[in-house]
Design a protein around this ligand. Structure first.
Ligand code: 5GW
Ligand code: MN
Length: 332
């Protein structure tokens, strides 16, 4: 089936044999249907004017491609003058999910207001807010083509409950509403603000953001789940990068698969009375290790306000605010 937005979607039915291609614990949680998406080549409008690309000059202080040949997006690796017209012609819709439960509702206004200024400006954007306080959702003026929907969720006493339900609600949202209407989705933390451009350069099949806290570290010190009993287990000599739980996304079909797998793994762990070190972030890291992201976003896409600026960070696009944990978190 060829979709109007230039994606070719093949549905393959995989017959499971013990071929050792898949990790056994992934096999138990994956459905027999795998959706593979292939992005077809970008089509540029005729006679588009933009800066000449160079094949020898570019960022030399950072790695801009992974060993599996996925681009790593840093300032200076893409040209919005070229990308925007290409993606504009596709009339895309980008969804974003954000949870604002309990005291975290106070972060929502800044998140929404700054999203208006920086997040996919000029594109169709649909933000889905999941909250236990729908009446407290601030009225934020949104530009044409942008909309907000509010979804009620029950209050939760423990973060672990919220975390466990995030993947489930994202999966349900995609299955019930996004397929066919939205092309991409990003799942974002609410305790963050946009400070700079975040646009179509971030689009890809499966998109992960490098965590700002560990990007210079050896993988042996990444805070992956290290107990083999957990489905999120990654051994000390394994893994690629440490990815953020606070921002991830991609094509809706890919994110549906991710959410479904992480949710199931979370449940399998719960049955064995084990909770991964960083809950869904651990499961996300396990998923992204097996299912290599097709695009990686640099820590420009989720910095932390308390961190001092590093020389390779030329722009901060989205950043976590400093929070008073004692004030905002329910009893953990
Ligand atoms: C988070 C931690 C402990 C207890 C409660 C929460 C919590 C998270 C909450 O009470 N309400 C809520 O809406 N969240 C959602 O989960 C927010 O979207 C939040 O941005 C996201 C992740 O939690 P964070 O931001 O506290 O996690 P870190 O790792 O960014 O500090
Ligand atoms: Mn956060």
């Amino acid at each position: 089936m060829i979709r109007s937005n230039s994606w070719l979607v093949c549905v393959c039915v995989c017959l499971c044999v013990s071929c050792r291609v898949c990790d056994p614990c992934e096999l138990t949680v994956r459905s027999a249907v795998t959706i593979i998406t292939h992005e077809v080549h970008p089509v540029s409008p005729d006679h588009l004017k933009y800066k000449q690309p160079s094949i020898i000059n570019g960022r030399k202080d950072v790695v801009t491609v992974t060993p599996w040949l996925a681009p790593v997006v840093w300032e200076g690796t893409f040209d919005p003058d070229l990308l925007n017209p290409i993606y504009k012609a596709q009339n895309l819709s980008i969804a974003a999910s954000v949870f604002a439960v309990g005291k975290y509702i106070k972060f929502l206004r800044d998140f929404l207001e700054t999203a208006e200024l920086h997040f996919f400006v000029g594109f169709n954007v649909h933000i889905y807010v999941f909250t236990d306080q729908p009446k407290a959702v601030p009225q934020v003026k949104m530009a044409a083509g942008r909309q907000l929907s509010v979804r009620s969720v029950p209050s939760a006493k423990r973060w672990q409950e919220i975390s466990a339900r995030r993947m489930e609600l994202i999966q349900e949202l995609i299955e019930a509403e996004l397929h066919g209407n939205n092309d991409y989705i990003f799942c974002l933390d609410v305790d963050s603000k946009f400070h700079g451009h975040w646009g179509v350069e971030s689009l890809g099949g499966l998109v992960a953001v490098i965590h700002p806290g560990y990007y210079k570290d050896d993988r042996s010190v990444f805070p992956y789940e290290r107990r083999p009993l957990s489905t999120a287990y990654i051994a000390p000599g394994e893994g690629d990068f440490y990815y953020c739980g606070g921002a991830f996304g991609g094509h809706v079909g890919e994110v549906q698969q991710l959410a479904k797998t992480c949710r199931q793994n979370f449940r399998d762990d719960a049955e064995r009375e084990i909770e991964a070190a960083w809950q869904e972030e651990s499961h996300l890291n396990r998923y992204m290790w097996i299912n290599k992201p097709s695009k990686i976003l640099s820590p420009e896409y989720l910095w932390q306000d308390f961190k001092s600026r590093e020389p390779e960070i030329h722009i901060i696009r989205f950043s976590g605010v400093v929070k008073n944990y004692a004030e905002i978190r329910p009893n953990i």
